[in-house]
Write a protein of this length. Structure first.
Length: 395
């Protein structure tokens, strides 16, 4: 839906299980009408589409694409953003660090992203830009290899060339939104700005894009800045103890666009106690990676996942923990814990004063693994409540 100021609000359909296009389409048909009825006021409803690689390949076929376009038109829905982060299965089995694979050093990631950009160009309403969120390069333990970083950069520039060509042939402008996340190549805003400066916006990157597209150097630099940007996930930034205002201003100062703002909230434990292992146990589930960042005074201590953090519990007593576990954004408190909702409220207040992005996407994909006490309603009802909470905050 269109917000005051011109931004568009949606939710990410990665909350629904299913990897094949038939499974995804079935969820859309069963959930979108109820969500639209509970959230929109005579407006087109935006859909933040999540596509696995196998689903994207099917949807890219003319017959299935035409069928989906008819569904969107009939229901008064629009697709302006795609979540292209998880390449493969994302529900019902162990995902953990495999969610980053294949990373941007592999040809498969490039092919997948190119295919999604073709699909999005066909779905985008006239006059609207598109965005596709993606993995932040690679998993951090793999990021020490300079050759891998070179391949990642080369493939990202090749994808930018694809987006330049799409813009030429279709008139549709699409940006790849790279999503910083704890324990990844791009983890903090500072690391992200440095990578863009030294790699994606370097003289070498500009020269490569000139060679791939025939653009002039000045046009190539503008194209890189237009087609490669950041997906600012609020949960991730809060877990990293970023400053809401300073982090957005730093990206702006660096000339890095934010094609997508993902609205999400994390678990927060203001003071770690010896009883935490028991109360946090329901959130230690086997599907997703739940990175933990501990603040001891001015020091940050990082743990790959909840089990590693809980194993170090004795040393963490009295410190603060923030856990990468997406919780419903309308909750400021859970039974035993806090959330980072205040961080999200600051981001939304900033957006109200000075729009951060044209695309706002609620992303609470952990519905299936939330403890039962927080899943007492239908998923479509919870999604509608999140969207309406955002609208209320922005009003």
């Amino acid at each position: 839906m269109r917000l005051q100021g011109g931004s568009h609000l949606t939710y990410c359909t990665n909350i629904h299980s299913g990897e094949t296009w038939d499974e995804i389409f079935s969820h859309l048909k069963s959930n979108l009408p109820a969500i639209k009825a509970a959230t929109t006021v005579g407006d087109t409803m935006g859909v933040g589409l999540r596509l696995s690689a196998i689903a994207a390949e099917v949807l890219a076929t003319p017959a299935r694409l035409e069928e989906f376009q008819a569904f969107l038109a009939d229901g008064d829905y629009s697709v302006f953003t795609i979540n292209g982060f998880p390449y493969g299965p994302f529900h019902g089995q162990r995902v953990k660090e495999q969610v980053y694979q294949p990373d941007w050093s592999f040809e498969e990631r490039l092919t997948y992203s190119d295919m999604m950009s073709d699909v999005l160009a066909s779905l985008l309403p006239d006059g609207m830009d598109g965005s596709i969120s993606t993995v932040p390069g690679t998993f951090k333990p793999l990021a020490s290899d300079p050759d891998r970083i070179k391949r990642i950069t080369a493939n990202l520039i090749r994808h930018a060339a694809k987006l330049v060509e799409l813009e030429r042939t279709t008139g549709k402008t699409i940006a790849l939104a790279i999503e910083p996340e704890p324990y990844c190549l791009l983890e903090t805003v500072e690391e992200t700005i440095l990578y863009f400066k030294e790699h994606l916006l370097s003289a070498d990157a500009i020269s490569r894009l000139v060679g791939l597209t025939g653009l002039s150097e000045s046009s190539a630099e503008l194209a890189l800045r237009r087609h490669l940007g950041v997906c600012y996930d609020v949960c991730h930034a809060a877990v990293e103890y970023e400053d809401p205002t300073d982090s957005i201003e730093a990206l702006r100062h660096a000339g890095i666009v934010i094609p997508k703002l993902q609205l999400s909230s994390a678990l927060r434990i203001p003071e770690v106690t010896s009883q935490l292992a028991t109360t946090l146990a329901p959130f230690d589930e086997p599907v997703y990676l739940h990175q933990v960042i501990e603040r001891r005074g001015e020091e940050l201590v990082r743990y790959l996942d909840l089990p590693e953090a809980l194993n170090a519990l004795d040393q963490a007593i009295g410190s603060e923990w923030r856990v990468h576990f997406h919780v419903p954004i309308f909750l400021d408190e859970l039974q035993h814990f806090s959330t980072t909702q205040d961080f999200l409220k600051e981001i939304l207040a900033f957006h109200g004063r000075s729009p951060i992005s044209n695309h706002l996407e609620v992303e609470t994909y952990t519905w299936d693994v939330l403890p039962d006490r927080y899943r007492g309603v239908e998923v479509s009802t919870a999604i509608a409540r999140e969207i309406n909470w955002v609208r209320q905050e922005l009003s």
